[in-house]
Design a protein around this ligand. Structure first.
Ligand code: HEM
Length: 284
């Protein structure tokens, strides 16, 4: 039985490769020479040279572990290591997902953007109070409670954002995928950047919880943990930018990166104001 199955597989592969060779006929100029496939990857030498720009002496030109012929058959690019059979195109996957379960995907995206907005607001409030220029503007609205509240709202939206992914049958995420960095092997999402989002979430949770408990813990500990802020923000910006479907929209990506850059600017000017204040105190 095994032998029959193997023979059928070999015949099938032969016909698939023959199909490619036939498809090449007419497009490839063999100059009357014998048609050969030196590296046995399913593409003729001349076809590799004239059509596919692959190496006729190497069956796997891009070194991604897949034969050049198999990549052509599956629609992948045999010259790009990041493109191989079975790798799902994220835009295509999203299109399929949106068709079947639009509500989940819209919730993931909308809650991702909302968590970013509230995280931005939280950091802005924290920085503005130390910035002489912005302090004047925000003073009437500012309170430490508001700063903590916006952080808690950001956490709430991250929870919605991450748990909605569990309801997406197309991606098939489990609890471990969304809670353990680098656990997920999904091809539908860039899991390296998703890991940054997960780590950022933990940092945000630590900072928010310790802020609410700041009267019960040492001020030094609270301060040290608050230094996670810039790292968490960098992780979030890069996570959202690389994972986000909406980042394909130039206006959303522009607003996202622009507002992030503005926050970095405020961060450094507030830092400068603090150092300037300390320097002035010393010199008096
Ligand atoms: C458990 C942690 C997290 C997981 C599992 C996760 C997962 C994901 C996934 C799969 C996407 C792609 C969705 C899409 O195609 O649009 C995404 C996008 C995004 N995420 Fe996260 N994320 C996490 C944490 C965070 C955090 C902490 C923030 C911000 C505070 C955040 C903000 C965003 C943003 C802004 C997008 C882009 C949304 C868009 O396309 O409109 N995520 N996240």
């Amino acid at each position: 039985m095994k032998k029959i199955a193997t023979s059928l597989m070999v015949i099938l592969i032969f016909f698939l490769f023959a199909k490619i060779a036939l498809a090449q006929e007419g497009q490839v100029d063999y100059k009357g020479e014998v048609i050969v496939d030196s590296d046995l990857d399913g593409l003729t030498d001349k076809g590799e040279e004239q059509i596919y720009s692959t190496n006729p002496g190497n069956p796997d030109s891009d070194g991604d572990g897949y034969l050049d012929g198999a990549e052509i058959l599956s629609g992948a690019d045999p010259t790009s290591v990041g493109s191989y059979p079975g790798k799902i195109d994220i835009a295509q996957a999203v299109a399929v997902v949106s068709d079947k379960t639009p509500w989940v995907w819209y919730i993931v995206r909308a809650s991702g953007l909302l968590s970013f907005i509230f995280l931005w607001l939280t950091i802005f409030l924290g920085l503005a109070i130390r910035n002489p220029l912005l302090k004047k503007i925000i003073d009437p609205f500012y309170s430490l409670d508001l700063h903590c509240f916006t952080a808690a709202v950001a956490i709430f939206w991250v929870l919605v954002h991450a748990t909605s992914l569990l309801f997406d049958p197309m991606i098939g995420f489990g609890i471990k995928d969304i809670s353990i960095p680098y656990f997920s092997q999904s091809a539908a999402v860039d899991t390296n950047y998703m890991a940054l989002g997960i780590m950022a979430f933990y940092m945000m949770a630590i900072m928010t919880v310790t802020s609410y408990l700041r009267r019960h813990i040492s001020h030094r500990l609270w301060r040290v943990l608050h230094f996670l802020n810039p790292l968490a923000f960098i992780f979030v910006v890069s996570h959202g930018y690389h994972n986000g479907t909406d980042m394909e929209n130039v206006y959303i990506a522009g607003a996202y990166l622009g507002s992030s850059a503005l926050l970095v600017l405020i961060y450094f000017s507030s830092l400068a104001a603090v150092f300037w204040g300390k320097f002035n105190k010393k010199s008096v």
